[in-house]
Design a protein around this ligand. Structure first.
Ligand code: NAD
Length: 299
């Protein structure tokens, strides 16, 4: 079993660290926010006195932080100077591609092994150890990470060299953001044309329009009882996080000159939803925004 330092004990990091402990690993965690530390302690995580302290004397350092600037700052200031040579750095945060590549470069220049390994599955997946990990980095580092990541997730895909985990994450969430909007438009259109939501669901869920946004996360109350639509659009996956990921996909597309028209348009639509005050709602709540905009245009 490995000695692991875990930095960033928020909504995702805390349950992920708790699952590592459940699997028998020795975990020391750190967060800058006192209430996150208190919650992590309650979950059985040993608390380090600083990020540097969490990184010293361990074989693996995992980060789960909000954005690229946080990851780079912690890598530079706290982690590489305190970790022993050859420590495996695994960044599970969802961050921009350039920062991910920079983080690899910082770690490797300091003699560390390093991976980007963002996740899909949200807080429920983090709690139930059913996350999907999208891994970028060298083969040897990915093989070393396998027993650690498998304690927190059910599927690990080694996508390729440094940064490809973040690329896969951006692509996946660009599909999800655009497909959720398409599904919401279809349900609003069918409402107006007099088809019940259940009838449309019964058709689409077994026809060629079928997708995760319909079958698992249906944005209208009724057809999928576990979807946030049945719980006042409480997240789930907050609209602000979807917008963050759509912006990361847009930035990545600009870096390589890829045309992502629908992805960009989805980012614009989610920008409007967030500006209307719904950033903390589940991203499937965009259906209410789409419905209300149509009503305004008809009035
Ligand atoms: P969060 O805000 O709950 O947790 C992030 C934690 O990092 C916070 O507790 C914060 O205090 C801590 N932190 C910030 N700077 C730090 C520093 N310098 N040192 C130590 N701790 C520091 O966010 P989250 O929901 O846990 O998300 C973490 C990452 O996972 C993000 O990149 C997010 O995009 C990604 N993600 C989130 C979800 C989700 O459903 N919440 C799903 C998939 C991916």
């Amino acid at each position: 079993m490995a000695k692991i330092g875990f930095v960033g004990l928020g909504k995702m990091g805390s349950p992920m660290a708790a699952n590592l402990i459940r699997a028998g690993h020795d975990v020391r965690g750190f967060d800058v926010v006192p209430h996150a530390l208190a919650a992590a302690k309650q979950a059985g995580i040993t608390i380090a006195s600083s990020a540097g302290d969490a990184a010293s004397g361990v074989e693996v350092v995992i980060t789960m932080l909000p954005e690229g600037c946080h990851v780079l700052e912690v890598y530079r200031t706290n982690l590489v100077g305190n970790a022993g040579p050859g420590t495996l750095f695994i960044d599970c945060s969802t961050i921009d591609l350039k920062s991910a590549r920079d983080a690899h470069a910082i770690a490797q220049a300091a003699g560390m092994a390093s991976l980007d390994a963002p996740v899909s599955g949200g807080v429920v997946g983090a709690t139930n150890a059913t996350l999907t990990f999208m891994v970028g980095g060298e083969d040897a580092a990915a093989r070393r990470a396998e027993p650690i990541l498998s304690a927190m997730g059910k599927k690990i895909v080694h996508c390729g060299p440094a940064g490809t985990g973040q690329t896969a994450k951006a692509c996946n969430n660009m599909i999800l953001g655009a497909s959720m909007i398409a599904v919401c438009e279809a349900f609003v259109l069918s409402e107006r044309l007099g088809i019940s939501a259940q009838a449309l669901f019964d058709v689409v869920s077994t026809s060629s329009g079928q997708c995760w946004a319909v079958t698992t996360y249906c944005p209208v109350p009724g057809p999928v009882p576990s979807s946030p639509a049945n719980h006042g659009y409480k997240p789930g996956f907050a609209a602000s996080l979807m917008l963050k990921d759509l912006k990361l996909a847009r930035e990545a597309a600009e870096m390589v000159g890829a045309q992502t028209t629908l992805g960009r348009h989805a980012a614009d639509i989610y920008t409007g939803y967030e500006a209307a005050g719904f950033g903390a709602s589940d991203f499937s709540g965009i259906i209410n925004h789409i419905r209300a905009q149509g009503e305004t245009e008809c009035a």
